[in-house]
Design a protein around this ligand. Structure first.
Ligand code: HEM
Length: 472
């Protein structure tokens, strides 16, 4: 009866298999969920809505531009929440992350965190970010092998961790400085690089509440929470004795002063750390790799940065903000590598899909397949090729805004977008000004050669990615 849902509503859908629906490869952990979604998406080109079954649950891919706008903006009051919000009995801390908070509680906590990313605050945080970017260059220098190559995946991760820890966690994590990952890094990094159990729990959370409640296990393991809590207690005590620094941690501390429960405060700090580090570091990694593959883009970027530095005297907040080609490179890299390859929302009431007579029931899970949009030749010419020029001012009007969603959309879009922009560009500018980046032995030459884990819900290579750095 459930497998008849989309037929009865007149929504196109692929034929489901008993038990697995349309996601057998994802449920058997043979492909990642975004690849399973992409397979469905490609079967129904140009459709605004595509039905599918996650296990036996009817779920909806929303693909039309108007439809995406309706769900994420116009009818946001119906689709405020993510389905990926775990039960607080099994996931004490993760359930309170900003990403997972529901309804009015999300609204109130989000509103209080938003000022942390104002222009004034970003400028105040810039010197810390810049110093960490310079440190990344020093560490690259120190670790180059005899052929001038180094694995850049781990270094980018360490950069992401250090930068967010400094501004949002209130500590110097010094991940870049240590050979062995310090406990803080172990607790934070790979929080979303899942093993088989975490991957299954996450799918169960999306597809089937009964299976989720049978598994009764946390997505973010308790030992991580214990390590982070201890450090956070020390960081809080230290900061309370210091004058304000106008960083993200200061804003989060004000939540505590306003009487927000301790566990909610702790979850917000950890949520910034987890959501901010792996995502930004993957973007840095993507850009450095694309620049190694595309030397002409690298030359043009370096020329732009050198000219700007000659005028301004140094890499400044304003320089990064105004550098046009740097922005084009950033946009193109997160198009090809949308770290979060899909968005989810859940209907809080029955809802008529605009432009149809179909009603989706309260509780229906909506998925917006960002990765598929970004790689669709109907939306982007030559979509698998790195072409920053598509973002040039004279070309950008051709791109449909709802086809490009690396940071999500609407009131629930990424809160750290402006910070990510600054910290990713800062790292890239420091490296490009100091080194010519090239291919090394073992550097993947195409996306197909990157080994991405089928278990992971984010797009991030889990193996080392060697690049060659020639000092300029
Ligand atoms: C390149 C880097 C980044 C990418 C691609 C990225 C992407 C995203 C996406 C796609 C979402 C979901 C949006 C939606 O549902 O519409 C999100 C949410 C979020 N991001 Fe980011 N992000 C990045 C960096 C950061 C940074 C640096 C921070 C913090 C400093 C951060 C904090 C968050 C938080 C807390 C949420 C949950 C927001 C909410 O539910 O209200 N992100 N991010």
């Amino acid at each position: 009866r459930r497998f008849g849902t989309w037929r009865r509503k007149g929504i196109p859908h692929p034929r489901p298999l008993p038990l697995f629906g349309n996601c057998i490869d994802a449920v058997l952990l043979r492909t990642s969920f975004y690849e399973a979604l992409d397979k469905i998406y490609r079967q129904f080109p140009g459709q605004p809505y595509i039905g599918f079954y996650g296990g036996s649950s009817p779920m909806l891919l929303v693909c039309g531009s108007e439809a995406v706008k309706d769900i994420t903006v116009k009818d946001f009051h119906v689709f405020t929440d993510h389905k990926l919000s775990p039960d607080s009995r099994y996931d004490t801390l993760f359930s309170k992350f900003l990403f997972c908070l529901l309804g009015d509680q999300w609204k109130s906590i989000r509103a209080r965190q938003t000022p942390a990313f104002s222009s004034g605050r970003l400028k105040a945080m810039f010197p810390t970010v810049k110093a960490t970017a310079d440190r990344l260059c020093e560490v690259i220098d120190k670790r180059l092998d005899k052929d001038g190559a180094v694995g850049i995946n781990g270094l980018c991760s360490r950069y992401g961790i250090d930068v967010i820890a400094a501004v949002a966690f209130g500590i110097e994590a010094r991940a870049l400085d240590s050979d062995e990952p310090p406990p803080f890094m172990k607790a934070v990094s790979a929080a979303f690089r899942f093993g088989p159990l975490e991957a299954l729990i996450t799918l169960a959370l999306l597809f089937s509440s009964p299976v989720y409640h049978v598994l009764r296990a946390p997505i973010i393991k308790e030992w991580r929470a214990v390590v982070l809590r201890g450090l956070l207690r020390e960081a809080t005590e230290l900061r309370e004795r210091e004058p304000p620094r106008k960083d993200v941690f200061d804003t989060l501390l004000s939540l505590k002063k306003d009487g927000v429960p301790q566990v909610v405060f702790e979850a917000q700090v950890m949520s910034m750390q987890v959501a901010g580090s792996e995502t930004s570091s993957t973007a840095v990694l993507a850009i450095l790799w694309e620049l190694a593959l595309n030397q002409d883009c690298q030359d043009r970027l370096r020329e732009e940065l050198r000219e700007a530095v000659a005028k301004q005297g140094a890499v400044t907040y304003e320089l990064l903000h105004d550098a046009e080609y740097l922005d084009m490179v950033f946009k193109e890299a997160v198009r090809l590598w949308p770290v979060m390859p899909w968005l989810d929302r859940v209907a809080s009431e029955d809802y008529v899909l605009p432009g149809t007579n179909a009603v989706i029931e309260k509780g229906t899970v909506i998925i917006i397949p960002i990765f598929s949009f970004h790689r669709d030749p109907e939306r982007f010419d030559d979509p698998d090729t790195f072409k920053p020029e598509r973002w040039a001012p004279e070309n950008v009007a051709k791109i449909d805004k709802m086809s490009y969603l690396p940071f999500g959309n609407g009131p629930r879009a990424c809160i750290g977008f402006r910070f990510a922009n600054m910290s990713v560009k800062s790292a890239v500018a420091s490296v490009v000004l100091k080194y010519r980046i090239g291919m090394a032995e073992g550097t993947p030459k195409s996306h197909a050669e990157l080994e991405l884990s089928p278990l992971s819900f984010i797009i991030s290579p889990h193996k080392e990615l060697p690049l060659r750095f020639e000092r300029l």
